[in-house]
Design a protein around this ligand. Structure first.
Ligand code: IDP
Length: 140
């Protein structure tokens, strides 16, 4: 099967605890290759737009505050079946439900501060990659 791409964010709770390398190592050990990466401070506008699908949820405002509370590392990951591979190594949204060996089991602080984002479909991956990266920033 050909390699595909997905979009990942190492969230502020993880950068605050200096876990960028540890999280990236788990992604790489899961068979994913980092083909683009940058550390940014997400603006409120970016966070609102990125999580627009959750705009009606009660946690939306807090989620936007959390995602803009510190640096994040946005990444493009490449590998066989990249979206699923990444979702598998991320673990469940709520760390209380995450399986052993997953990033969220190892590092997440709460259902909100859960260390990583990963696209949930190929279509969303393409949209999310284009939201943060230009083509020339991605080096496969
Ligand atoms: P996912 O990140 O596992 O795909 P989503 O349901 O798409 O989960 O939620 C997006 C993000 O919103 C989560 O990763 C988490 O940071 C936050 N979130 C989800 N549910 C809750 C909640 O019930 N309370 C607070 N934050 C939440």
């Amino acid at each position: 099967m050909a390699a595909t791409r997905t979009f990942s964010i190492i969230k502020p709770d993880a950068t605050r605890r200096n876990l960028t390398g540890a999280v990236t190592k788990m992604l790489e050990d899961a068979g994913l290759r980092v083909v683009a990466s940058k550390r940014i401070r997400m603006t409120e506008d970016q966070a609102k737009k990125f999580y627009e699908v959750h705009a009606e949820r009660p946690f939306y405002g807090e989620l936007v505050d959390f995602m803009t509370s510190g640096p994040v590392v946005v990444q493009v990951l490449e590998g066989e079946d990249a979206v699923k591979r990444n979702r598998d190594v991320m673990g469940a949204t709520n760390p209380a439900d995450a399986e052993e060996g997953t990033i969220r089991k190892a590092f997440a602080e709460s259902i909100e501060a859960n260390s990583v984002h990963g696209s949930d479909s190929d279509e969303n991956a393409a949209t999310e990659i284009a939201f943060f990266f230009s083509d020339d920033e991605i080096v496969g």
